[in-house]
Design a protein around this ligand. Structure first.
Ligand SMILES: C[S@@+](CC[C@H](N)C(=O)[O-])C[C@H]1O[C@@H](n2cnc3c(N)ncnc32)[C@H](O)[C@@H]1O
Length: 259
């Protein structure tokens, strides 16, 4: 059992299920409307510890899941929702040991999901055009994983002109003009490799799809993922009144190699 350490992120959950992400530091206090909790009462405790605020209100403390972290982490660029990160990993068939080219890194949410999927033997090479966003992503990834893992190669630059000699198994893009990456994808993707893009609007899907077909990709397909949470309490079992209705569309295509 590993105990909470100073410097770690801890997720405080109150009786109403409200969640607060806190970096633990000796001597500090976590303040809420229900009083404050001394970080020192959590440091050295196991996950699942029940702590009480200065006014006697209970909180449960656990380590944040990747979903918790992505929804709460500081953002530069808009992050991809966890439901879409999950769908991208499967749609693009990101497997342990894969070499993945990603862009743009943005705030690093999708990068974290890709790193999980490729594992320690894989590699994620991620490009970000904006230095400030790249730094935000670096800080987020370090905050969640403790360090930049060996499997991650962060590059500042334009992914349409990558300084990359390596062949890649997957290309995963969350940027406005994914079709501009297709000419380089033809040079970089291994035969059988998968191109995957995530865009918010229909004209972007059309332009990407047309460009992929013209370039000889097969199995060009687009999906969107709607997740509807449910309210489950006693006899009141029904969908939540509100949901996130639209985020983005995932387009995937398979490369057969240059004939
Ligand atoms: C929506 S954000 C990506 C968010 C990211 N997927 C996440 O989950 O945190 C799009 C990013 O693409 C970057 N970008 C746009 N065009 C680019 C290009 N040609 N090369 C590299 N990065 C690019 C932008 O600067 C921006 O940070």
């Amino acid at each position: 059992m590993s105990l909470f350490d100073a410097g770690e992120r801890a997720l405080f959950i109150d009786r109403k299920g409200r969640r607060y992400l806190v970096t633990l530091k000796a001597g500090l206090q976590f303040h809420t409307h229900d009083g404050y909790v001394e970080h020192d009462t959590v440091i050295g405790s196991p996950e699942g510890a029940r702590v009480f605020s200065s006014t006697g209100v209970p909180f449960v403390v656990v380590r944040p899941s990747l979903t918790d972290f992505v929804l709460k982490m500081p953002r530069g660029a808009q992050v991809i929702y966890p439901k879409d990160i999950a769908a991208i990993v499967m749609s693009a068939d990101v497997f342990p040991g894969a070499v993945v080219l990603e862009a743009g890194t943005g705030s690093g949410a999708l990068t974290l999901g890709l790193l999980r999927a490729v594992g320690e033997k894989g590699r994620v090479i991620t490009y970000e055009a904006r230095q400030d966003f790249a730094e935000r992503a670096r800080a987020n990834i370090e905050a969640f994983l403790g360090k930049i893992p060996d499997a991650l190669d962060m590059r500042h630059g334009d992914v349409t002109q990558p300084d990359l000699a390596d062949a890649v198994d997957r290309i995963v893009l969350d940027l406005p003009e994914p079709w501009r990456v297709i000419p380089r994808a033809l040079e970089m993707l291994n035969p059988g490799g998968i191109f995957c893009s995530y865009v918010p609007t229909v004209p972007q899907i059309s332009q990407t799809t047309d460009a992929l077909r013209a370039a000889g990709f097969i199995d060009v397909a687009t999906t969107e993922t709607l997740v509807r949470a449910w309210h489950v309490e006693g006899q009141s079992v029904r969908p939540d009144h509100r949901m996130v209705a639209h985020t983005g569309f995932i387009t995937t295509a398979r490369f057969l190699g240059v004939a």
